[in-house]
Ligand binder design. Structure first.
Ligand code: 1PZ
Length: 215
């Protein structure tokens, strides 16, 4: 695979982008949010082509958001808060069923937002796991508690099969490119509160505007 999504992953880099996500008044910068996802996709790609169908979907959603961020209404797509306000004020969101705005920024970001919850749960399990823990089991548990509830049977099935070929804990930690296991665990401990905060702010915003079930 070639292209910018395929460079070497470093957990540090992802940590940095999520750190930069929040403005002083706790708004979520879209550019950093998307950059965080780019980093995660890099990581996923480095795990092998079995995960291609997952990273493809994530990349597609990243691209939709980027096209808004670079489009004629770019100024409204600086933060998640400004995006929500702009799209709602201008009736650019299909609220109850798919209609003329099947790819709104709001519904697209919601998909990534739900996946961020999976990430939070998965990384926390990884952080507190022991040497003999199975990454596939940790991943499946995190998935069942979060994203799976929004996915149809076929996707749950495909995801479950992909999890089975996840590398073991040791290799997984190596791919994170942070150093020895203790350091990975420490890094995860550092990254998690940041990811949680970004998640919670977005969740509250979406709840406040009744956007948590966008089609
Ligand atoms: C490290 C192991 C990676 C496991 C990733 C766990 C997530 C499994 C998600 C399976 C998604 C399958 C592909 C397509 C799904 C789409 O149908 C849904 C809904 O979008 P819609 O159809 O409504 O437009 N897409 C999503 O739920 C977004 C999924 C993004 C997943 C990104 C994972 C990034 C992993 C980072 C690894 C550290």
């Amino acid at each position: 695979m070639a292209g910018s999504e395929d460079q070497k992953f470093s957990l540090q880099e992802v940590l940095d982008t999520f750190k930069l996500c929040l403005s002083e008044n706790k708004e979520v910068y879209l550019e950093q949010y998307v950059a965080g996802w780019r980093g995660l996709v890099k990581f996923l790609n480095s795990l092998g082509s079995v995960f291609g169908f997952i990273s493809k979907d994530a990349v597609g959603k990243i691209q939709i958001l980027v096209s808004y961020m670079k489009g004629e209404n770019a100024s409204h797509y600086a933060t998640v808060q400004s995006m929500v306000k702009y799209e709602l004020d201008n009736n650019l969101v299909d609220v109850n069923k798919k209609g003329s705005h099947p790819e709104s920024g709001c519904r697209t970001l919601l998909r990534l937002h739900r996946a961020l919850r999976w990430l939070e749960l998965f990384l926390d399990r990884l952080r507190t796991s022991t040497e003999d823990s199975k990454t596939s089991a940790l991943c499946a548990e995190a998935y069942n508690e979060s994203l799976a509830q929004h996915h149809p049977w076929m996707i749950r099935k495909a995801a479950g099969m992909a999890f089975l070929v996840l590398p073991g804990r040791q290799t997984f930690f190596e791919v994170m490119n942070v150093g020895p296991p203790e350091q990975v665990v420490a890094k995860l401990g550092e990254a998690l509160p940041l990811i949680s905060e970004v998640y919670q702010i977005t969740e509250d915003l979406y709840a406040q505007h009744n956007l948590l079930d966008l089609p």
